[in-house]
Design a protein around this ligand. Structure first.
Ligand code: PGA
Length: 249
């Protein structure tokens, strides 16, 4: 694990974007795994700027998002389809047919999950962007998820629903289910970039790096990935006891 610490959200977002930009320049037709949440917003804003400045193009890039809620429409402001359009896709030259986000709009959710899973195995991600939940979730792989799991319909953890309720009018509106890439799908990417920002993630970052690898804390599996970069701000790094701004673990 390569861990890089930056002063604050903006500096970390810049650094994360630079890494993604370098990868796109190296491989303009890369397959890119995307995440939603507050953590990658600054990264996406920097990618949009890089596109506007003609540094990168998304024309040949294919994307795969980690997850999507079940029970809200794609045009709901809290859906991840909406999020991705709002923060990235509407502002760059990505081709709509190259965008992949789990579909959850039909009755048979298990079938939709299986279709997405098949696509994922045919499209190994060159780079997967990840956030981390306070409870150690990656994607919506909550504590107790199978470490070898593939794309599936997941019942959301109460902690996750509580964390995400700030975006809805009340906790009752927060969906109870989602489709998520499984941990096996996430591990099946050549490179991972995980972004963790803010004091509320400090404990989770510590457990991801130093904890026992276990399904009790899904992000701990990332210790076994051969090429993972973790970008943190000072607040999220506060329990790591980093003596310099770069730690290899
Ligand atoms: P956040 O979510 O970026 O909004 O903190 C990350 C996650 O829950 O995976």
């Amino acid at each position: 694990m390569q861990i890089y610490k930056y002063k604050d959200y903006d500096a970390a977002s810049n650094a994360a974007a630079n890494l993604v930009i370098q990868e796109i320049i190296k491989k303009p037709n890369m397959i890119l795994g995307l995440a939603t949440g507050v953590s990658p917003i600054g990264l996406y804003q920097n990618l949009v700027k890089a596109y506007e400045n003609d540094i990168i193009s998304f024309k040949k890039i294919k994307t795969f998002n980690l997850d999507e809620y079940v029970g809200i429409n794609n045009d709901h402001p809290q859906s991840y389809h909406y999020f991705m359009n709002h923060y990235l896709f509407d502002y760059v030259d990505i081709l709509p047919e190259n965008i992949n986000i789990p579909a959850t709009d039909k009755k048979n959710i298990e079938e939709l999950a299986e279709e997405y899973n098949i696509k994922l195995f045919g499209n190994q991600r060159d780079l997967q962007i990840l956030g981390i939940g306070k409870n150690g979730h990656i994607g919506f792989n909550e504590p107790g998820s199978q470490l070898g799991g593939q794309t599936y319909k997941v019942k959301l953890d109460e902690q996750t629903r509580k964390d995400n309720s700030r975006y809805f009018n009340s906790i009752d509106e927060v969906p109870k289910y989602a489709i998520t890439m499984g941990i096996k799908n996430i591990m099946y990417s050549k490179k991972i970039l995980l972004i963790a920002l803010g004091e509320s993630k400090a404990e989770a970052v510590y457990k991801m790096v130093h904890g026992i690898v276990s399904d009790d804390f899904p992000a701990s599996i990332l210790q076994l990935h051969p090429d993972i970069t973790i970008i943190v701000d000072e607040a999220a790094a506060s329990k790591l006891n980093m003596k310099s701004d770069h730690l290899v673990f």
